[in-house]
Design a protein around this ligand. Sequence first.
Ligand code: SF4
Length: 320
Amino acid sequence: MTTCRAPREGFAPAARSTTSGVERYDAAMIRYQGTLYRPPSEAESLILQATIGCSYNECTFCGMYREKQFRVRPIEQLRAEIEWARERLPHTRKVFLADGDALVAKPAFLHQVLDALREAFPTLRRVSCYASPQALQIRTIEQMSALREAGLTQYYLGVESGHDEVLEFLKKGVDSAEMVRVAGKATAAGVRLSTMILLGAGGRRLSLEHARASARVVSAIQPRFVSTLVMTPVPDTPLWDLAEQGQVDELDAVELTTELRAFVADLELHRTVFRANHASNHLPIGGTLPKDKAVLLSTLDAILEEPDDAPFVPASLRGL
Ligand code: SF4
């Protein structure tokens, strides 16, 4: 999924205190546990850790929550943090519920969080979270619709690939048909989807098939946003171990551009913002599809014709 490590400045550490033997949560802060990740587009959002970790935590390439045991945080702690933020950031318009798949938490809990947010922030415009395919499997359309009405209007979904062999390699836990089905549930609930595709995930052998299959799946989903990342082995993941054994092709910038071109060429979208602005990308480009498709393709063609002059981001400056 598309991520950035979120800066934590400005939020003082939490303290637990005891009054008359009863442990009380002292919200002189917002407490973040472990490394915090959020999508690039949530850079201006208030981030609340409604849950810790990822309940699935199996994806081959993902090292974000390996060290965290999944749990839902006590609502009293979140209410205290929201109250802290209400006093200091009263004009908050966007909130991101971390960590990896807050949607998997029980709807009754999420409604309590959303109610507290709406009460605290009159200008609140959007609450969003990551949604794993597994969370989308267990949530009903009715539940997601009710949560949307309560303010949870956008999910970030790591589709990663539309190619079943690649999805199996990545251990996403669903095939492409199931990915489209569960994404369709969110759309039917009126939730805005922001989807991510992992360039390079098929290696050299499946590069173009991965691109085309991913375009088919994204076109079937019709998300409001689609972004690309570049698959990058990170330590303490199965992908890293395979890369150490020389079993992972890491595509170069020209190969990634060829794959990206094949992906964009096959996209059939009605109204989707496309971005390749994640820090892992070799080529930051973007536009609105279908309006900008021809320009995007001609840009990519020009780069492939003269790759030596292309504004590729050096590998040393890229990262997950
Ligand atoms: S579902 Fe998302 S957060 Fe969880 S392991 Fe997979 S990529 Fe990581």
